[in-house]
Design a protein around this ligand. Structure first.
Ligand SMILES: Cc1cc2nc3c(=O)[nH]c(=O)nc-3n(C[C@H](O)[C@H](O)[C@H](O)COP(=O)(O)OP(=O)(O)OC[C@H]3O[C@@H](n4cnc5c(N)ncnc54)[C@H](O)[C@@H]3O)c2cc1C
Length: 378
């Protein structure tokens, strides 16, 4: 078991106090919320059980444009212009209309955290009563509370695998290099789901994800890695929610996996965590700036998340359909998808579910630019 960086022993002092905003979870979703609050003058506290960037939660693949618009290219590892899909009946190559990149988790989280001016503490969140969050270091209160704690949704009603709508994913991170971003849709690895290999400069992330939470993916993750002559070492895995949940509940904002914001068919949840994190952050920012009451922010953020429900439900329907399609027919369907105009159309729509253009410029950066202009003008 690796030792994770967190405060221990005498450093784990008692925590207490009141904050304007309390963000629980310092990964993609929580840090995206915090970024929108930079320069607001509000007292914002982010807490996580580990130091920022300490525990990688994914294969870290994302549309490259999201890295660029968020100013996170320092974390970039490798870019792919095409997707190679293997089935038992052959291989198809989809030339993508936009590129996908892998990145380094720790570098990205630290770069994202550096774009905001929140305080940070390591603490394990145990639950909540009203506006007070209970942690293993003490109680913290705020009128604005965000749960960006991942699939457990600790501040709301929990989810219990294997009965909840959760997928499971496991991967290994052997050292090595590769040129292609590859997927395997092959029932020998997983009856419902897919395997992947995402090279990331000096390591390759090889894994298997199952939409059926009862299917254990460890043996087939090892099998896929060994078939690719990769060492099955440095494991990381987690549950992945594949159904949208209420984005607000009892006065709390839920963002990222805690709201089921991961896309059901592909299990892509990083850009959606950033996207909905930005949306949530903008609502909180309007409250802090005195432009709207908390109730309006809750309603508006909830509406925004719900407006995406039909897309999530359509992808969930596809997730359920794919394992039922006879493998040969599935291969022919994927092969037909290689048609360039179809790939451009379908991947264009897919990107539009959470488009990078939404990121825009955080209010803090706009204000800083305006101040520069004023200073120059003087
Ligand atoms: C094997 C695997 C591979 C994946 N690959 C990709 C991929 O390549 N691309 C992609 O887009 N998506 C991928 N995903 C999905 C993606 O990882 C998630 O959708 C994404 O991480 C969600 O971000 P988040 O910020 O909501 O939650 P998380 O990234 O899970 O972050 C939750 C944070 O909360 C903290 N936390 C949790 N509980 C507590 C607690 N009780 N107290 C204090 N802190 C707590 C954690 O330490 C963590 O920092 C993958 C998932 C898996 C399992």
């Amino acid at each position: 078991m690796p030792t994770r960086r967190t405060t221990r022993g005498a450093d784990r002092t008692r925590l207490s106090g009141d904050w304007d905003v309390l963000i629980c979870g310092a990964s993609f979703a929580g840090l995206a919320v915090a970024r929108e609050l930079a320069g607001s003058g509000a007292r914002v506290l982010v807490i996580d059980r580990y130091e920022v960037g300490e525990r990688q939660t994914s294969a870290c693949g994302i549309p490259t444009e999201w890295l660029r618009v968020m100013g996170l290219m320092t974390s970039h590892r490798q870019t792919f212009g095409r997707l190679v899909v293997h089935t038992p009946f052959g291989t198809s190559v989809l030339e993508l209309p936009w590129t996908f990149s892998t990145f380094d988790y720790a570098t990205l989280c630290q770069a994202l955290a550096a774009q905001s001016d929140h305080d940070f503490e390591t603490a394990k969140v145990n639950g909540r009563s009203g506006n007070t969050v209970h942690t293993d270091r003490g109680d913290l209160s705020a009128p604005l509370i965000v749960d960006a704690l991942g699939w457990r949704r600790v501040l709301g009603s929990g989810y219990q695998p294997p009965d909840a709508p959760l997928s499971r994913g496991l991967e290994v991170h052997p050292w090595g290099a590769g040129d292609e971003m590859e997927l395997w849709i092959d029932r020998k690895y997983v009856p419902a789901g897919y395997g992947w290999s995402f090279p990331a400069d000096d390591e390759v992330r090889v894994g298997v994800g199952s939409f059926d939470p009862r299917f254990h993916v460890k043996d087939t993750t090892v099998m896929l890695a060994e078939e690719l002559s990769r060492e099955p070492v440095r494991y990381q895995g987690n549950w992945i929610p594949h159904r949208l949940r209420a984005a607000t509940d009892d006065g709390v904002f839920f963002v990222g996996d805690s709201a089921g914001h991961c896309l059901p068919l592909t299990a892509e949840g990083i850009r959606t965590a950033l996207y909905f994190g930005i949306a949530c952050g903008r609502e909180l920012r309007a409250v802090l700036d005195g432009d709207q009451p908390i109730a309006a922010a809750l309603a508006s953020y909830d509406d925004f998340s719900e407006s995406h429900r039909w897309k999530f439900e359509a992808m969930l329907a596809a997730q359920r359909l794919v394992p039922r399609v006879p493998p040969r027919l599935l291969h022919h369907s994927i092969s037909a998808m290689q048609w360039k105009r179809f790939v451009s159309w379908s991947f264009g729509h897919y990107l539009d579910i959470a488009p990078p253009s939404y990121a825009g410029t955080p209010r803090s950066a706009v204000v800083a630019d305006e101040l520069d202009v004023v200073a120059v003008g003087v």
